[in-house]
Design a protein around this ligand. Structure first.
Ligand code: 5GP
Length: 185
């Protein structure tokens, strides 16, 4: 896309297992102006995850080198792994007129709100914490200990939801997709 108008930055958070990736994949299909920023992470790839598509999978050393070069818009440690948004790719996409979604956890989200007070921020909520637990477990990608850690993180994150401008409950998937499309329109 080569529009002269700079795109919007969208901060997009919500607990692990809430379905925010599924919603965003549909939003991108229906709105070609939307792009996802691909983060760096030190986490190991899950089955089916592709380097450069879902994440850039990097070593702790590589991650820390980019911190030292001031190469991140934000970064945070989550369940013992580092996750961060590389600055340059986001700037390039915004300059090219794309609306760029940062799908990141809340500590990183707070850093973004501080740097960009006008950022369009969206928090995706589960219908209930019980339902979140069921979804996390059914996903089957993590062992029990990790599921428990992620649930604890999820509750901490939900406690900060009011820092976000828009709250979307992912009860019915289609309704949630429409709400996100409406917010960015
Ligand atoms: P997961 O391991 O499930 O892929 O991601 C764990 C959490 O880290 C999710 O909430 C995800 O949105 C978040 N995350 C992914 N990339 C980044 C990033 O670049 N920065 C921050 N702060 N969080 C991220």
């Amino acid at each position: 896309m080569n529009s002269n108008k700079r795109g919007k930055l969208v901060l997009y958070s919500g607990s692990s297992g809430v379905g925010k990736g599924t919603i965003l994949a549909e939003v991108m299909k229906r709105n070609p102006k939307v792009r996802l920023s691909v983060s760096n992470t030190t986490r190991a790839p899950r089955e089916g995850e592709i380097d450069g598509v879902h994440y850039h999978f990097v070593s702790r050393k590589e991650f820390e080198d980019l911190i030292a070069r001031d190469g991140y818009l934000e970064y945070a440690e989550y369940c013992e792994n580092l996750y961060g948004t590389p600055k340059q790719q986001v700037e390039d996409m915004l300059d090219n007129g794309y609306d760029v979604f940062l799908e990141i956890e809340v500590q990183g989200g707070l850093q973004i709100m501080e740097k960009y007070p006008d950022v369009l921020s969206i928090f995706i909520l589960p219908p209930s914490v019980d339902e979140l637990e069921r979804r996390l477990r059914n996903r089957g990608t993590e062992d029990e200990e990790t599921v428990q850690k992620r649930l604890t993180e999820a509750k901490n994150e939900i406690a900060l939801k009011d820092k976000y401008r828009y709250l979307v409950v992912n009860d019915d998937l289609e309704t949630a997709i429409q709400e996100v499309l409406d917010i960015i329109r």
